[in-house]
Every structure is written in structure tokens, then in C-alpha cells.
Design a protein around this ligand. Structure first.
Ligand code: SF4
Length: 500
């Protein structure tokens, strides 16, 4: 580990150094690290303890991406001994250091050439108090009421927000939990966000709802049960998709769903197939023909309802319309729950063995369900002082980002920048290298961020030209770690479509 210009500076008093990378201003003794473990006192020198991450993309002679380390010529260095296969490098903000509140230029402002064009990448680790995590949990199981508190270690760290199609959504962290409550609430909220962003498992509980074990890119565990399938659609959509395949094999299908329960013979799809009305009325509020809201309470039973006995949602069977021998299928939106009934002479549904043709369609519902996953999106505002580390005139950076002259990435991953004011961005942590995030005890999250633009544009927006150095110089830093480029990510130095 060596002394590296990271933007942070030390004030030495004997063997103690003071870190000025964040407002905590830790006084660090020889051989120790500061409160966040990111900076340490190594032989009297303030040192960023984690390696700086350089992402490498290897391209063979045909222009194809070569899997990292699959190249036998690889020696561990960052400069290729031969021109083929070509290697491209991108310096990420991971391990770069911080300069909060950015009264100095960003830790690394690096020049490189791309397709004959001079480019600049400004690299830093942003310290964010305005940040949060959006969790998308692919399940129709009930996790708790909208707006309910989500807790970790008993502290509120977020809330249940509006569900999306096939998924429950949680908002975790945010400035109010980080800094607006008790010290413990802030610390637990910060740790929870950090673990989620670093792709680690986290245990949560929802007031009046479920217990959850969630981890980015893994199936959620709800009340101890691993969720395997995301529903194929709501009950109405399921009817629409499979109506034709059921036709001729059953007389009625009820698809049980917490959102919309579908009833085939009443539904537009059943009418199109000229199905005979079956006279089976389900509970709930009819929205449009064959589509019912609120047939039961939300829960972890059939189709995200609390139903474990499907016949309980049948309100009445109309003796004038139904007939003995009527074949009824009841199924959930994932196909995990399904039962087949035949009406007896008294028009009472009697459970029967499911015919093969009907079972095949039930299995096809399951086949069409995508695997249930937990997705973690980190969201933060980079429109504050962080911009001063990039340019003397911060609003120019905001405008440049909005005009798509400057590409924003986080650990090399593409971000979505929200419209309107500021540089409020979201990034999928699964597209970032592992352990890309850190924290400081203010409390706040530390996240890598890179701004890439043409050299001429950087000069024009008032960039810190005196701090510019070549990428090759950075490559000589001995605390560098080369990591494989995420193959699904666009190369940040490629031009991006310009906006108006
Ligand atoms: S918390 Fe970390 S970054 Fe902040 S002053 Fe202490 S060592 Fe430096």
C-alpha cells in the first residue's frame, strides 16, 4: 500500500494523521484505520486502504469479447505485451477516495483516447446522505400494507411502497432515516443500505406483514418460504393468455389472484370463444365482465390472497345456468396451486382427478413464470458539491449531463438520470463490481461515480485541467485491482445518443 493522491490529505502530528476525506475528520494513529475503515495511517501516511478498481474489457481480433482470465497470455499487469487481443481499460470510482465537500478537484481526473478522440473521465467516491434503495421483490405474496414500516433490528429503515406488476416494492433508507431520526436508526438504515448495495443478504420485517430475507439477484424468502416463481400475469391476463388452450377441456376456469381474479366464461376471452355461461359467481367487486377485485384478503395463499381453500371464493352457483357434470378448474397465477372439480347432480363441486390436457395448461402457466428475484436499485443525488470536484462552474456539469455530453456511470455501470433538476440517478447494483459501496459514520453511503466526456467539452465546462493525468500513470499505482468488465454494460467512452 502506498501513499496515493486520492484527494484526501493528512495533517501529521507525530504518529497521528488527520483524515479530511469527510467531515468526521478522524485522527488516526499509526497502523490503525479511521472510523469508516476506508482510510488508514500506514507508516505515518494517510492511505486509502481498498484497492482502486480498474475495469478491463478484452477484445479478440474478431472484435469479440473474451471472457476475463480466459486469455493464457494474461500476466496480471494492465498493459498487454502484444497488441492482440486488445484491452480497454476504464477507471472506476471504487477505491478512488473522496474529497467531501469537494473543495478540491476529484481524486482522479484521467485522460485517455477512444477511437482517436481525446476523452476525460472524472472519478470519485461520492458521499451521499440523500440516497436510498428501491427493492423490487418478485412475488404476489402479501408482504404488508402499503406505507407500513419496514424494520431491520427493530429500527424503521424504510416502508412498503406501491406494488408493481408481479412485484412488491420497498423503499429503504433515504435521508429521513439516515439523519432525521435517532442515532441508532441512522446507523441501522445506513448498514442495511450498505449490505443491500454490496449484494449481501439482509433480514427485514414489515409491521403487520411478513418477515423477509432479501439479497440482490437472489430469490426472496418470505416468512421462511423461498419464492420461486413470479406470476405470469394477473388473473385476467392469465385468462387472456390461456383461454384458447383450455377451450374444449373445461367449462369454466377461475384464476385466483389478489389483484384481479378472472372468470373464463364471463371474460372477453371466453365470449370470443363463444363459451356457454357457467353460472359460477365469485365473491368480490366486479370491475368488468369476468374480472373481479378483492375476492379475498391479501396473504400468502393462492395468487397472493389468503385463500387456501379455493371453493371459499365461490359465492353462488346459479341453478338456472350451471349443470351437473360441469367441469371447473381453479388455478393460481403461478400455476403452483390448482384443483379440478366436477359439479354433481346437486350442482355441488366435487374434487376430481385433473385430466391430462388440463394439467398441461396448468404446467404451461408455471413454465411461463419468470424466476422470482430481488432487485436492488441504488438511488442518489449527485447534483450537489460533488460537482465542484469536476468543474469550477457546477451548473455546467448538470447541463452537460442533461444534454448527454457527459455520461454518468457508477462503478462502470450505466445509470438512469432522472429528468428535472439535479443529477438524481439510479443504478442496478447487479451491474456493478462486488463490494463497490462503503459508508462514513455521519452516516452516509459512499458510492463510486464517474463522469466521462470529450476533452474539449471538459475544457469548455470549466474542468480542472491542471489536475488531468494520463490513464497509464494511474496504471502504475500499486494498489490497483483489475476486474473484468461487466459484459452487459455499454462501454462508457462510446458516444451516447444526444438529448435536446
Ligand atoms: S470516517 Fe473515514 S473518510 Fe471520514 S474522516 Fe474518518 S477515515 Fe476519513
Amino acid at each position: 500500500m502506498t501513499e496515493v493522491a486520492t484527494g484526501a490529505e493528512s495533517a501529521r502530528e507525530g504518529a497521528i494523521v488527520t483524515c479530511d476525506a469527510c467531515p468526521v475528520l478522524c485522527r488516526i494513529r499509526l497502523g490503525r484505520t479511521g472510523a469508516c475503515d476506508r482510510y488508514g495511517n500506514v507508516e505515518g501516511v494517510l492511505t486509502r486502504m481498498d484497492p482502486l478498481v480498474l475495469a478491463e474489457k478484452v477484445i479478440d481480433q474478431e472484435g469479440e469479447l473474451v471472457p476475463f482470465l480466459a486469455n493464457p497470455e494474461w500476466q496480471g499487469g494492465i498493459l498487454s505485451p502484444s497488441p492482440q487481443p486488445a484491452r480497454r481499460h476504464f477507471l472506476t470510482g471504487i477505491g478512488s477516495g473522496t474529497t467531501y465537500p469537494d473543495y478540491k478537484p476529484a481524486p482522479f481526473i484521467v485522460a485517455s483516447q477512444h477511437d482517436g478522440v481525446d476523452m476525460v473521465t472524472v472519478v470519485t467516491e461520492g458521499i451521499f446522505s440523500y440516497c436510498g434503495v428501491k427493492l423490487k421483490i418478485d412475488t404476489d405474496r402479501y408482504v404488508g400494507p402499503e406505507q407500513a414500516a419496514v424494520r431491520a433490528d427493530g429500527e424503521q429503515v424504510g416502508h412498503v411502497t406501491t406494488a408493481e406488476y408481479g412485484s412488491q416494492m420497498l423503499a429503504i433508507g433515504g435521508v429521513r432515516h439516515l439523519t432525521g431520526g435517532s442515532k441508532k436508526e441512522g446507523a441501522v438504515a445506513c448498514r442495511t443500505m450498505l449490505e443491500l448495495c454490496n449484494k449481501q443478504p439482509v433480514a427485514l420485517s414489515v409491521d403487520g406483514g411478513a418477515t423477509l430475507e432479501v439479497q440482490a439477484g437472489r430469490p426472496p424468502v418470505i416468512d421462511g418460504v423461498v419464492e420461486e416463481r413470479m406470476r405470469v400475469g394477473c388473473g385476467s391476463a392469465t385468462i387472456g393468455i390461456f383461454a384458447k388452450q383450455w377451450h374444449g377441456h373445461v367449462d369454466e376456469v377461475v384464476v385466483v389472484d389478489d389483484h384481479i381474479t378472472g372468470v373464463l366464461s364471463e371474460h372477453q376471452a371466453g365470449r370470443f370463444l363463444e363459451l356457454k355461461p357457467a353460472g359460477i359467481r365469485v365473491r368480490g367487486r366486479r370491475s368488468t365482465p369476468g374480472r373481479y377485485f378483492q375476492v379475498a384478503n391479501p396473504g400468502s395463499g393462492w395468487g397472493g390472497t389468503d385463500v387456501s381453500e379455493p371453493l371459499s371464493i365461490i359465492e353462488a352457483i346459479d341453478a338456472k345456468t350451471a349443470w351437473p357434470g360441469l367441469r371447473l378448474l381453479m388455478v393460481s397465477t403461478t400455476g403452483e396451486d390448482a384443483e379440478y372439480f366436477v359439479l354433481d347432480d346437486g350442482l355441488k363441486p366435487v374434487k376430481a382427478a385433473m385430466p391430462e390436457a388440463v394439467r398441461k395448461v396448468v404446467e404451461r402457466i408455471g413454465e411461463n413464470c419468470e424466476p422470482a428475484l430481488t432487485s436492488v436499485l441504488f438511488m442518489a443525488g449527485a447534483g450537489g458539491s460533488l460537482r465542484a470536484g469536476v468543474t469550477e462552474n457546477p451548473v455546467m456539469l448538470t447541463r452537460s449531463v442533461k444534454a448527454a455530453l457527459t455520461r454518468v456511470t457508477s462503478g462502470g455501470a450505466p445509470v438512469y438520470v432522472w429528468p428535472g433538476g439535479g443529477i438524481t440517478y439510479m443504478v442496478d447494483v447487479m451491474r456493478m463490481p462486488d463490494k463497490a459501496f462503503g459508508h462514513v459514520p455521519t452516516p452516509a453511503i459512499v458510492a463510486p461515480i464517474e463522469f466521462t466526456l470529450r476533452l474539449e467539452d471538459y475544457r469548455e465546462l470549466g474542468g480542472h485541467m491542471a489536475s488531468l493525468r494520463q490513464l497509464e500513470e494511474v496504471g502504475r499505482v500499486d494498489r490497483l485491482r483489475v476486474s473484468a468488465w461487466h459484459e452487459g454494460n455499454p462501454w462508457p467512452l462510446d458516444p451516447q445518443p444526444r438529448r435536446g
